[in-house]
Write a protein that binds this ligand. Sequence first.
Ligand code: UGY
Ligand code: MN
Length: 246
Amino acid sequence: MEISALTRSVVKRNHAVISPDGYINSRVPGWDNCTVNVIINEQMGANLCQTVITLKETGNLVGSTIASQLFFYVIEGGCTATVSGEEKRLTKGQFVYIPIGNTYQIEKPEAGTQLLTFHKVYETLDGYAVPPILFGDAAHVAGPSYMGDPALRLQVLLPDELSFDMAVNIFTYDPGGHLPLVETHIMEHGLIYLQGQGVYMLDQEWYPIKKGDSIWMAPYCQQWFTAMGKEPAVYIYYKNVNRFPT
Ligand code: UGY
Ligand code: MN
């Protein structure tokens, strides 16, 4: 018999591993007929919010972006997204970036639709306009090798432009592939595994990780990952970028 007092989830000062076995649902005003799990939030010391939303067939998300920009990514299934009047059907691997100052509706989901969101308070930059609404498809984003290692591939989903203060990337590691160095950096991450498994080192502690798990890494949380198993390990991650280090 499994012992319900055990979990792989941990929440520490500068990192967290959240596995789905610890999920407790939140009710979010405007997000109806769905299950919302708030994975990362300022309550844990983070400067971003990450949620996973599982929609019923009647699921309907309505809202507007005010201080925070919002990024929706379809993990499973499909739905219709309308952003300030622009409507598109989104399926697995597709996404929409919603800058501040817009209204949105997500509706008509397929059964079993699961969405990922990243939210970040937008920091304006003198001389640059707020970025535009952006619909995209990860399947159409190139994945060049990372730092010259063909076992690692990085897809950059949002434009590499100064008007954007957040990046969302998909990192794919072939089995045995690993980060070429222990990263020690000011940027913060939120991520969720879309596929595979491996071992993550966070702040000199070691964690087994697999599909469905999420991780928060605070600024300067040291990080390294190696993929294990028979299929590539894939995670989609958030990173704050392009602003002056105050
Ligand atoms: O972009 C990054 O900082 C990325 N290489 N970090 C990570 O995957 N933990
Ligand atoms: Mn990093």
